[in-house]
Design a protein around this ligand. Structure first.
Ligand SMILES: [Fe+2]
Length: 422
């Protein structure tokens, strides 16, 4: 396993090799207390994982869980837990019947417009996940259906996004990093996973950058400045400074917006063994991964399997500790939502052993800021023409789809979220 991961990473990292070597040398030189520092984050992650393992053994779900109606009453203590776990479930954001209707409408949209025939004749391949052990996600590349746009621009979803954005510390030496109360919109895809499917699984990974987390100056000098020097206890995964300044290495399927959380809305009931989401509910586990790659047993030009232009993966030989705390999210029902911090390790169960479709719409909070406004402009052009969203493979299946959502259909909130008005 380690050899295979090493070869793939080395090939992908070849254009960045000198920068990786140079960055590792600098970071190792500036961290003067490495053994103590690494021991301290190892203890922190180990004790959190131990607690999570015990909770699961007692039937307690480690993922914080709230009803939409409770959002205004979440206590500071509960927010602390959400920030520590880096993930949460918010239930009943949408009523059951509305979601059943959306699911039906999505099915009709795809069927009536011959999506599958177009897909099979296009030969389109998305290789972002090709370093993962179990790839070929059954994810549908449609962006502009009526159900997707209605869910994204719904006032209840806007309230959820405000709550999530406000979990972040937005003050910085450069002023406010983003506007937590006004979210833009990131057009993402849908997942329809058939019962019995074994092809959709995604191995544990992290999005929002792989080798960038070490070599990008906004990551190493701002976001992780307390990790790579100074006082590690000052590090806060929810401090926003620098997060909107990351220059991702260009690649066909990396998110160019800053998402305060990744997330999805359930279209069908799904839980453990239904081919659903798995994650490690430890927000600062990334710190451990960052420092792990700077230990003496890792070659100077390697970052424990992290590869440019790919999801950042977990390599068992290096990251075994983290896998002990990795597990499935609780059962969710249609209209429930799940969100996880951009540093949180996650994936999709290899096998769907349930009896029904396990389906979701990917909807994530993308607060208003300069970085996200740049992408919103590109997205407007795609939206108006029915092209694939700019971050994704240019299949452009929906150009002539009947029933596509158009600019005329946008509410005032929708117009603002798409960046058409302030
Ligand atoms: Fe992911």
């Amino acid at each position: 396993m380690i050899q295979e991961a090493r070869q793939r990473a080395n090939a992908a990292n070849e254009p960045h090799r000198a920068r990786i070597v140079d960055t590792k040398r600098k970071l190792r030189a500036q961290i003067t207390d490495m053994p103590a520092r690494f021991a301290s984050i190892t203890r922190s992650v180990e004790s959190q994982i131990e607690e999570i393992v015990q909770e699961r053994a007692q039937g307690i779900q480690p993922v914080p869980d709230f009803d939409f109606d409770q959002l205004n009453r979440v206590t500071e203590e509960q927010k602390h837990k959400i920030r520590q776990r880096g993930c949460l479930v918010i239930r009943n954001v949408f009523e059951d019947q509305r979601v059943v209707d959306w699911n039906q409408q999505l099915d009709e949209y795809l069927t009536n417009n011959n999506y599958l025939e177009k897909l099979s004749s296009s030969g389109a391949v998305d290789n972002y996940f090709s370093t993962l052990a179990s790839d070929k996600p059954q994810i549908y590349g449609v962006y502009w259906s009526r159900p997707q746009m209605e869910a994204r621009t719904n006032p209840a979803m806007a309230a959820v996004k405000r709550f999530l954005n406000r979990l972040w510390r937005i003050n910085s030496p450069d002023g406010l990093v983003f506007d937590p109360d006004h979210d833009l919109l990131y057009a993402d895809r849908v997942r329809f996973r058939r019962a019995g499917d074994v092809s959709l699984g995604l191995s544990p990974h992290v999005d929002a950058g792989s080798i960038e987390r070490w070599i990008d100056p906004a990551y190493s000098g701002k976001v992780y400045r307390h990790v790579f020097g100074g006082d590690l206890t000052q590090y806060d995964p929810f401090e926003a400074w620098g997060r909107t300044e990351i220059a991702e290495i260009p690649s066909p399927a990396v998110c160019r917006m800053f998402r305060t959380f990744q997330g999805w809305t359930a279209l069908t009931p799904q839980g453990p063994n239904d081919g659903t989401l798995q994650l490690l509910p430890v927000a600062n586990a990334m710190v451990w991964m960052l420092l792990r790659a700077l230990q003496d047993d890792v070659p100077d030009d390697e970052l424990c399997g992290a590869a440019a232009c790919r999801a950042m993966i977990v390599v068992k030989d290096y990251h075994d500790l983290l896998l002990r705390g990795y597990g499935s999210i609780p059962q969710v029902e249609p209209g429930d939502t799940v969100f996880w911090h951009p540093d949180v390790l996650h994936g999709v169960e290899d096998e769907h052993r349930g009896t029904d479709y396990s389906s979701v719409m990917y909807i994530a909070p993308v607060p208003d800021c300069a970085k996200n406004r740049v992408y919103a402009k590109l997205q407007q052009t795609a939206f108006e023409a029915g092209l694939s969203a700019p971050d994704f493979a240019a299949d452009d299946f929906e150009v002539d789809f009947d029933g596509r959502f158009t600019k005329q259909d946008l509410s005032a909130l929708g117009l603002r979220q798409m960046g058409y008005s302030d």
